[in-house]
Design a protein around this ligand. Structure first.
Ligand code: PEP
Ligand code: MN
Length: 681
């Protein structure tokens, strides 16, 4: 046979191999369909092992390398498993449609390979879109420009990708899958040249650091950091210089027409990157699929808090696969803990564990459950004859969670948590022994006005600076606040005086941006039952000051707090600000009886705002003292340098002089501390 005849025959054999794979994949889809309808277990480990043993034996009998066949079939069985998992994950939903997938970098980057491997078995059409940064890629998911994004989380050599964790904490996104990418770094060049001729090597800094030992053996060679591995390969192609090389994947070599000078150049052979598949909304996973759940939380301000949180997972036999701590934004020396464990939110026991965990955290965000790629059960088996294998999951594991009738609020209730909740606002403890004072103007009007207020608040021993930027005014013709410009003035004044700031949010879309600058988000009386707003503030890691609605009962108010808590944000401060009655002598009627009632019913801190309650400045000081006597754990007071010129709520603003006198009169009350919630029973 001459060379061209052999090549023709090879082409025929290759085509037959592809046809065989197509036929196999068709059968796999049939199996997946039957499993979705019939409820059979996803994995049949003895069968997988039998398949592998059979093909390896056949190969060996025919004189073919068993190792080659094992490797090929591991890939094929892995693909089959993903297909079946995909079918279970999307059962009942429209599937097979076109999906748009974002990744960071250019074609041939490791993230791109991971994306193709993950979305390949889905069927339907997937398009891949490269982004310059993780942030731009995740914003594209938020903006629905793409349906999914592939986000590297950790590498077995270089550790966690901390930026990814910080973005997941900040953005409102879900995890719906993971993928393991085998990172096999190669040295790529234009042609087969001796290594001694290479003078410059480009790659991503992480890739360079992972190949440090090999690179140091190249004499007279300069190593240069580049935006990503695939771009480094592209540069080597573009510059056509035989002395240049790139560290990238074999796939990148194929894409950019380069040759592999050396394979496996990483210091550690076991070099894998775990990537998360990110989407806007979480998915429900079938209980037959081995799953992981990811979440992040902040602990309460208590001794041994982290240990108590992790103990919940241990008590429920949920195995931890990852624990990462990151600095908590705007809270120096506090941390957000990112946890992955083996388990599925659809499992009632996992749901119960998370309810218990919620009670021990001050902030909890569940990112979702998704098919695991790292648990032993999630990988295709090795062809090793073994006598006994893991049995299919027991029948009871598949039962649906039983809905239980809920009380209107539980997380907010004293019966759920007997100790007072202490909330740390940038180091100021609210709800602890010492009553806190929040003071400032009704509305931020100018840089000078808010600065003057900040100074006097600090000077007189106040704890937090308040100021409205988005004002909920009864008339649309009244001053509406300075918006974000005002927020900048408030933030500046607070920072200068060393006071954390409190400001009101009125629209769900403002919650994220305002939370970037304010230490506490206020929900005004008029919005106490704005449920979409409550859910939104429930998702951010920022304390919420929830005013009582002017016609709301205490239980309605606690149910509103429950909205925030049930989203994972356990930092709610309740603030009584007067209710509507028949009385017209004061703006509202300060319901001081709410204070002891609340202290009995809830563990959350209770504050009183006498300013909005009475609306008349001279009545405010006695009511401040009365509130503390009743057990309030803090006060919110409006002040203004020139109340007669105030753009809102002038009649109730204390002059600086009145505020000074008030603060002096409160000193003994503050020194005495708040009476405990138990004092009322
Ligand atoms: C405020 O505190 O500025 C305010 C508008 O209060 P309330 O929502 O209690 O009326
Ligand atoms: Mn006001």
């Amino acid at each position: 046979m001459d060379l061209s005849t052999i090549r023709e025959r090879l082409a025929t054999v290759d085509a037959a191999l592809v046809d065989a794979l197509v036929a196999r994949q068709g059968l796999v889809r049939e199996v997946a369909r039957l499993k979705v309808d019939g409820g059979a277990a996803l994995r049949d480990l003895p069968r997988e092992e039998e398949v592998l043993t059979r093909v390896v034996e056949r190969a060996r009998d025919a004189g073919l390398d068993g190792f080659l066949v094992t490797r090929l079939f591991r890939e094929i069985l892995g693909h089959s498993l993903r297909t079946q998992e995909g079918a279970l994950a999307t059962a009942g939903k429209a599937s097979g449609g076109a999906v748009r997938v974002g990744y960071q970098g250019t074609e041939g980057a490791y993230s791109h390979s991971a994306a193709r491997r993950h979305f390949g078995p889905r069927g339907g059409e997937a398009t891949y879109h490269g982004y310059d940064s993780f942030e731009a890629m995740l914003e594209a998911v938020e903006a629905s420009e793409v349906d999914f994004a592939v986000l590297p989380l950790e590498n077995t050599t270089s550790g966690s990708v901390t930026l990814s964790y910080d973005l997941l904490a900040r953005m409102d996104l879900a995890l719906v899958g993971e993928e393991i990418q085998d990172v096999d770094h190669c040295l790529l060049a234009l042609e087969e040249v001796p290594l001694s001729r290479i003078r410059r090597v480009f790659s991503h800094p992480v890739a360079l650091s992972q190949c440090g030992r090999f690179l140091s053996t190249l004499a007279d060679c300069h190593v240069e950091a580049f935006t990503d591995t695939a771009m480094a390969a592209r540069r080597v192609r573009d510059e056509q210089d035989l002395s240049q090389a790139a560290v990238a994947s074999e796939e990148a070599a194929g894409l950019y027409g380069l040759v592999v000078l050396k394979r496996g150049i990483a210091d550690q052979r076991e070099n894998y990157t775990r990537m998360a598949i990110v989407a806007r909304r979480p998915i429900a996973c079938d209980l037959r699929v081995p799953c992981k759940t990811s979440l992040l939380f902040a602990t309460r301000h208590e001794e041994g808090a982290l240990l108590r949180c992790l103990a919940v997972l241990a008590d429920h036999h949920l195995s931890l696969t990852k624990l990462e701590s990151r600095p908590r934004p705007r809270n120096p020396w506090e941390y957000l803990f990112h946890v992955d464990f083996e388990g599925n939110l659809a499992d009632p026991d996992v749901a119960q564990a998370l309810r218990e965990l919620a009670g021990r955290t001050s902030y909890l965000k569940v990112l979702g459950s998704y098919p695991s790629r790292t648990s032993a059960e999630a990988r295709p088996v090795e062809p090793r004859p073994r006598a006994s294998l893991a049995a299919a999951p027991p029948e009871e594991a598949r039962t649906e969670p039983v809905p239980v009738e809920k009380r209107p609020y539980t997380l907010a209730s004293r019966t759920e948590r007997s100790e007072d909740t202490v909330i740390s606002v940038a180091g100021v403890a609210v709800g602890g022994g010492r009553p806190v004072i929040i003071a400032g103007p009704c509305a931020v009007e100018s840089r000078e006005q808010v600065r003057a207020c900040a100074r006097i608040v600090k000077e007189m021993g106040g704890d937090l600076l308040r100021g409205g930027c988005f004002k909920p005014r009864t008339s649309p013709y009244s001053f509406q606040g300075l918006g974000y410009e005002g927020l900048d003035m408030l933030a500046e004044a607070g920072a200068e005086a060393g006071l954390p700031i409190v400001t009101e949010v009125m629209h769900p879309a403002d919650v994220g941006p305002v939370a970037e600058k304010a230490h506490v988000l206020q929900i005004g009386a008029r919005n106490m039952q704005n449920f979409s707003l409550l859910k939104e503030v429930g998702k951010v890691d920022r304390p919420v000051l929830l005013k009582r609605g002017m016609s709301s009962s205490i239980d309605e108010w606690l149910s509103a707090a429950e909205y925030v808590l049930s989203q994972g944000n356990h930092m709610v401060l309740l603030c009584e600000r007067g209710i509507r009655t028949f009385e017209t002598s004061t703006r509202n009627t300060l319901d001081l009886s709410a204070v002891p009632v609340l202290r009995e019913r809830t563990h959350l801190p209770v504050l009183v705002d006498p300013s909005h309650a009475v609306g008349v400045r001279r009545f405010i000081p006695p009511l401040c003292r009365a509130a503390l006597a009743a057990g309030a754990q803090g006060l919110m007071i409006e002040i203004h340098p020139e109340p007669e010129r105030a753009l809102s709520d002038g009649p109730q603003a204390l002059t600086f002089e009145m505020f000074e006198r008030l603060m002096l009169s409160l000193a003994p009350w503050r020194a005495a501390g708040c009476s405990g919630g138990r004092a009322y029973s």
